[in-house]
Design a binder for this molecule. Structure first.
Ligand code: DAT
Ligand code: MG
Length: 165
């Protein structure tokens, strides 16, 4: 089944100069990258991305971590697309807890748990099609993705916006 999945290289991955290594690992999947950008994550975006975890005791630390409070304040967001994309990327990513993740997975190789108990697991990857749709629509506008993944509508933009001077 052709699928799309959101992949984030989290602030610790960027701080540790792991971008190239992670992209190389992901290229093993032979999936297509159909969108990519560097994002400075706002509190709103962070909280919306992890909204299903808002009652967890580690939620506040998780939000600080993904915003780059402890590292660089940026993440790299990408959409990978192709046959069984969700499982292929998750298999490479490894388990949520970096100490339990397979040693040759991305999280097993590069992740750590901080003394505060934050799982700095270097990457995010969607776990199912519904989550992928919600996350891709949260992180990307339709025109930022080179494949038409989901239905779009045209609206007249009346809000002020920044353009090049
Ligand atoms: P995953 O990122 O593997 O999809 P998740 O969606 O359950 O896992 O959790 C999102 C992030 O929250 C995860 O990447 C790291 C953090 N997290 C999850 N469980 C945690 C725990 N028990 N303690 C600390 N951080 C945790
Ligand atoms: Mg998850």
């Amino acid at each position: 089944m052709i699928q799309q999945t959101l992949v984030l290289i989290k602030p610790d991955g960027l701080k540790k100069s792991l971008t190239g290594n992670i992209l190389t690992r992901l290229s093993e999947t032979k999936l297509d990258i159909i969108a990519a950008k560097i994002v400075k994550v706002s509190k709103e975006l962070a909280e919306e991305h992890y909204r299903q975890l808002k009652d967890k005791p580690f939620f506040n630390e998780l939000i600080k971590y993904i915003m780059g409070y402890y590292h660089k304040q940026k993440v790299m967001a990408m959409v990978y697309w192709g046959e069984d994309a969700i499982k292929k990327v998750r298999d490479l990513t490894g388990a949520t807890n970096p100490e339990e993740a397979d040693a040759v997975s991305i999280r097993g190789a590069y992740g750590r748990i901080t003394t505060k108990g934050v799982y700095e697991n270097v990457v995010h990857a969607s776990t199912n099609e519904a989550e992928a749709e919600r996350e891709i629509k949260l992180w990307f506008k339709p025109d930022e993705i080179i494949v038409g993944l989901y239905p779009v509508k045209i609206i007249k933009d009346t809000q002020e916006k920044r353009v090049w001077a």
